[in-house]
Design a protein around this ligand. Structure first.
Ligand code: ZN
Ligand code: ZN
Length: 382
């Protein structure tokens, strides 16, 4: 609680020289270092096979060592500067724990390959990469300049990052399972050969279009079918838009949405390079459209989905209900009659009218299954 209060301190207690910046950075880097050391100790359990070769790289060890030393120095600086000692103490403790279990020299405690793993290292890389990319963008070009990094419900949204990162193995398996099953029954060798021979750029745009087309109708069904809406309402319960908000999605919706949208991409025979490039794009793009970035992008948003376009999808206004379902091409919403983008305006707030979804990861996980008299569907547009 004390730590949370410190992180969410009002601006007067966060000014430069107050020890807040050093304390927060020390804590984040300290925890990142600690989690990476844990993943070095238990590579089979806590690290993805893809990062195991990275772990043997000398520069990874040097980077980890630098991270831990920097975190410790920042935590000490915060302890000197700040009256409240909890940030500095927590950061320094994380570094000391990381040191105790082996630090940057940590070796594996596990012998032999283990078929199941949790992506703890993926969580660290995921949050550091998206945070480093989007926090500066949101600070320099904010849509809402007074919005804090540690705004309300930030812990829930980071927890969504943690769960989907830890579960990366099972999610990847489940995501491709329906597509792989379809492929065994419908081999489509002719079509697959023809598509694989197309130039990379054509394949990339075709994947964007086909996945968005499927995503559009799945997403629209999630808004229109009462029991599906209860799952999707979790995503719409976010009252703040930023780089963390997009991660809020019910586990079963992640599975349904991803496994259905990858079907055309996987079954039609696009090359691995095109598929991997698209997966990276959608990873960054889906964070971008939720970000607290106030760019106008007038030309861009005629062709591609902008943050303003997707912010209207989350808008609290009655006019913003059931609009802007696409994630790449606004053209789909124009074609199917759900396009809504008033000139230069932004929604006045975000979320579902009456905010029926409870707070907290586990309450939100249970929400769709509970028998409740809450509004089943978003009310129709007015
Ligand atoms: Zn939606
Ligand atoms: Zn969204």
């Amino acid at each position: 609680m004390q730590l949370r209060q410190e992180l969410e301190s009002p601006p007067a207690f966060r000014r430069f020289g107050s020890g807040w910046v050093s304390g927060v950075l020390g804590l984040i880097l300290g925890l990142a270092g600690l989690f990476l050391v844990i993943s070095l100790r238990f590579p089979g359990l806590m690290a993805m096979p893809e990062t195991r070769s990275l772990q043997q790289n000398i520069w990874f060890r040097v980077g980890l060592h630098t991270t831990l030393v920097t975190a410790f120095v920042l935590a000490l600086l915060s302890l000197v500067l700040r009256r409240g000692k909890i940030l500095g103490t927590a950061g320094a403790t994380a570094v000391l724990l990381a040191g105790l279990i082996g630090g940057s020299h940590a070796t594996s405690l596990v012998r032999g390959p283990i078929p199941v793993f949790l992506g703890l290292d993926f969580f660290v890389l995921n949050v550091l990469f998206t945070g480093l990319l989007f926090i500066p963008l949101e600070r320099i070009f904010p849509r809402k300049a007074d919005q804090e990094i540690f705004r309300s419900e930030w812990r829930e949204d980071i927890f969504y990052y943690l769960v989907s990162s830890l579960m990366v193995q099972i999610l990847t398996f489940l995501t491709f399972f329906p597509a792989k099953t379809i492929l065994t029954f419908a081999p489509l060798a002719g079509v697959r050969g023809w598509i694989a021979a197309l130039p990379f750029f054509v394949q990339f745009v075709a994947i964007m279009f086909l996945t968005d087309l499927v995503q559009y109708w799945v997403h629209r069904a999630f808004h229109k079918v009462p029991w599906l809406w209860r799952f999707h309402a979790v995503h719409h319960s976010a009252k703040t838009m930023d780089w963390m908000a997009g991660a809020r999605m019910h586990f079963l919706e992640i599975f349904a949405l991803r496994s259905l949208t990858v079907i055309p991409m996987y079954v039609l025979g696009f090359t691995d390079t095109a598929m991997h490039a698209y997966i990276f794009l959608v990873y960054v793009y889906s964070t971008f459209v939720h970000a607290n970035v106030g760019w106008r992008l007038r030309l861009f948003e005629k062709i591609l989905v902008s943050p303003r376009f997707h912010h209207w999808h989350h808008g609290i206004e009655p006019a913003a209900i059931n609009v802007n379902f696409s994630v790449h091409f606004p053209l789909l919403d124009r074609l199917f009659g759900t396009y809504y983008l008033p000139k230069d305006a932004w929604p006045s707030g975000y979320g579902i009218s009456g905010h029926p979804v409870p707070q907290g990861y586990f309450s939100q996980f249970k929400y769709p299954f509970a028998s409740s008299k809450d509004t089943l569907l978003p009310p129709e547009r007015t």
